[in-house]
Design a protein around this ligand. Structure first.
Ligand code: FAD
Length: 467
C-alpha cells in the first residue's frame, strides 16, 4: 500500500460479498486490498454481524452465529494474502485510470474495483428519534436486546419483513411482551417466520399501524400509534386518534438502502439506488468496476447470494485484468499458508487464573481486582454474546492496549453473564466502553469508535498523571 503503487484490485466492503471476492482474488495471487468499512453504511463484517444464528449458510449443519461466520470469512481472506484497510472509503474517483480511492488518509490507486458496500438499515425519522436513540430506540435488537433496561419490560419492533419477525421472536427472550407494529394487514416475512410470530403468545401484532412519535424522560417510555391506510401508497399519519403503548424499547426493522453514495453520478443505478449490472453478471456500467452482494441486489439479499456474487466479481475482475495485461501477480509464500485453526476465546478470570499484569481479561472478578488495585487506566468493555459490533471493537481495543505497551489494561464484561455489574454501570447497550483511572470513571464511549479515540483518551490520562 505504498504511495504511487497501483494495486490490481481494491474491494470496498467486508460483508460476505467483499470477503468472498477477496478469497478468490487472493488465491489468484492478485494480493487484493479490502477496505473493510468502519461506520459508514454498516460495520466491518457487514449485516451478518448484527444477527445471531445463521441456519442457511451451506456447510454449517448446526448453524453458526453471524459474527463467527464473518470472523471465519475474514480469516480465510487474510490467510491467502488479502490486505485490510480498516476504515471507511471516503471517496472513489472512477473518472480516471487507475481508479482512485480515498481511505484512512491515503489515496489508493487500483486497476479494478469491486463494490461490495451492502445496504444500511433505514430509520423512521420520528420527531423524537434523536433524543431516544440509544436511550430506548435501537436499529439492532440482536445487539442491544440483552441490555438491562429491556429486561421484563414491554418492547416494540416496527416492520413486517423477515428481520422484524426475527427480532420480535428474539426479543421475547428478554421483554415481558413484544408489540410488532406493521403498517399493512399482512406480514411480508417468509411463511415460516410469519407463522412463528403469529403462534407466539408473547407477541402482539398491531396491524395497519405506524408510529407517530415516542415519549419518555431519560429513557423511552411510550410510543404513539396511528392507524394508517394500507391501500394508499402514502400512509396517512395525520389527524387520526392515536393510541399510546407503554414500551421501554423500540427496535427498527424497516428495510435497507443500498450504500451507493461513493459512486453516485458515476455508475448507473436503478430507481431505488441499487447498482445496475449486466443481468446475472457483476459488470457495472464502468469497465473494470464490479458490483457484488446487496448493493446490487434488491431481490435475493442473502449471505450466500452475496458470497456467490462476490465470487463472480472476483473471477470477472481477474479475467479482465489478465485480458488487458494489467495484473501484477505475486505467488503465495509459502505456497500453502499456515492454517488458521480454531479461534481462541478469552477465559473468564477467577482467583486461580487472574493475572494482575495481563493486558486483557474477562469477567467481574478481574474487574473488581483491577478497579481496586491497578494504578493504570482501565478500559472496561461491556459486550453481549451475539453483538457483532462488539466483535469489531474488541480487537481494536486490544490493539490499543498492545500499542500502549502495558501502560493500560482492559476487562470485558458480558452483560448477560454479569447483569448486576452492567446495571450498576448504567450500561444502555453494547458495546459500551468505560475508561477508569484511579477509581474514577473518566469517559464513556457508546458503539464502535476509532482506535485513535481510545488511545488519545488514555494517553491524556497518562500525560496528566505524569505532569
Ligand atoms: C438481522 C439480519 C439477519 C440476517 N440473517 C440472514 C441469514 O440468516 N442468512 C442469510 O443468508 N442472510 C441473512 N441476512 C442477509 C445478509 O446479511 C445480507 O444479505 C448479506 O450480509 C449481504 O452481504 P454484502 O456483503 O452484500 O453486504 P453487507 O453484509 O451489508 O456488508 C457491506 C459492507 O460494506 C461496508 N461498507 C459500507 N460502506 C462502506 C464504505 N464507505 N467504505 C468501506 N466499506 C463500506 C460495510 O462496513 C460492510 O462491511 C440477514 C440480514 C439481517 C440484517
Amino acid at each position: 500500500m505504498a504511495d504511487g503503487v497501483v494495486e490490481n484490485l481494491v474491494i470496498v466492503g467486508s460483508g460476505p460479498a467483499g470477503y468472498t471476492a477477496a478469497i478468490y482474488a487472493a488465491r489468484a495471487n492478485l494480493r487484493p486490498i479490502v477496505i473493510t468499512g468502519f461506520q459508514d453504511g454498516g460495520i466491518p463484517g457487514g449485516q451478518l454481524m448484527t444477527t445471531t444464528h445463521v441456519e442457511n449458510f451451506p456447510g454449517f449443519p448446526d448453524g453458526i452465529l453471524g459474527p463467527n461466520l464473518m470472523d471465519r470469512l475474514k480469516a480465510q481472506a487474510v490467510r491467502w494474502g488479502t490486505r485490510l484497510v480498516e476504515a471507511d472509503a471516503d471517496s472513489i474517483d472512477l473518472s480516471q485510470r487507475p481508479f482512485r480511492i480515498q481511505a484512512d488518509g491515503q489515496t489508493l490507486q487500483a486497476q479494478a474495483v469491486i463494490l461490495a458496500t451492502g445496504a444500511s438499515a433505514n430509520r423512521l425519522g420520528l420527531p423524537s428519534e434523536e433524543r431516544f436513540w440509544n436511550a430506548g430506540i435501537s436499529a439492532c435488537a440482536i445487539c442491544d436486546g440483552a441490555t438491562p433496561q429491556f429486561r421484563n419490560e414491554e418492547l416494540a419492533v416496527v416492520g413486517g419483513g423477515d428481520s422484524a419477525c426475527e427480532e420480535a421472536v428474539y426479543l421475547t427472550k428478554y421483554g415481558s411482551r413484544v408489540h410488532l407494529i406493521v403498517r399493512s394487514e399482512q406480514l411480508r416475512a417468509s411463511k415460516a417466520m410469519a407463522d412463528r410470530v403469529l403462534a407466539n403468545p408473547n407477541i402482539t401484532v398491531h396491524w395497519n399501524r405506524q408510529i407517530r412519535d415516542c415519549s419518555g424522560g431519560d429513557w423511552l417510555e411510550a410510543i404513539d400509534l396511528v392507524e394508517c391506510n394500507s391501500h394508499s401508497d402514502s400512509d396517512s399519519n395525520g389527524g387520526g386518534a392515536s393510541e399510546r403503548i407503554p414500551v421501554r424499547g423500540l427496535f427498527y426493522a424497516i428495510g435497507h438502502t443500498p450504500n451507493t453514495r461513493l459512486v453516485r453520478g458515476q455508475l448507473e443505478v436503478d430507481s431505488h439506488g441499487y447498482l445496475l449490472t449486466q443481468p446475472g453478471r457483476p459488470e457495472t456500467s464502468q469497465e473494470g468496476v464490479y458490483a457484488a452482494g446487496d448493493v446490487a441486489d434488491a431481490e435475493w439479499r442473502q449471505g450466500i447470494t452475496a458470497a456467490g456474487s462476490g465470487c463472480q466479481a472476483a473471477l470477472a475482475a481477474e479475467r479482465w485484468l489478465t485480458h488487458h495485461n494489467l495484473a501484477v501477480t505475486m505467488s503465495q509464500d509459502p505456497v500453502d499458508p499456515a492454517e488458521v485453526g480454531e479461534m481462541q476465546r478469552t477465559a473468564v478470570s477467577d482467583e486461580a487464573n487472574f493475572d494482575a499484569n495481563a493486558l486483557w481479561q474477562k469477567g467481574g472478578y478481574a474487574l473488581r481486582k483491577l478497579y481496586h488495585d491497578s494504578t493504570k487506566p482501565l478500559l472496561v468493555v461491556y459486550t453481549s454474546p451475539s453483538c457483532g459490533p462488539c466483535h469489531v471493537l474488541k480487537p481494536q481495543l486490544k490493539r490499543v492496549l498492545e500499542e500502549l505497551g502495558g501502560r493500560a489494561q482492559g476487562v470485558e464484561i458480558d452483560i448477560e453473564a454479569d447483569q448486576e455489574i452492567a446495571q450498576q454501570a448504567g450500561v444502555s447497550g453494547t458495546p459500551t466502553v468505560q475508561l477508569f483511572f484511579q477509581k474514577e470513571l473518566k469517559q464513556q464511549f457508546r458503539g464502535v469508535k476509532q482506535r485513535s479515540e481510545f488511545k488519545a483518551a488514555i494517553e491524556q490520562l497518562l500525560g496528566a498523571a505524569v505532569g
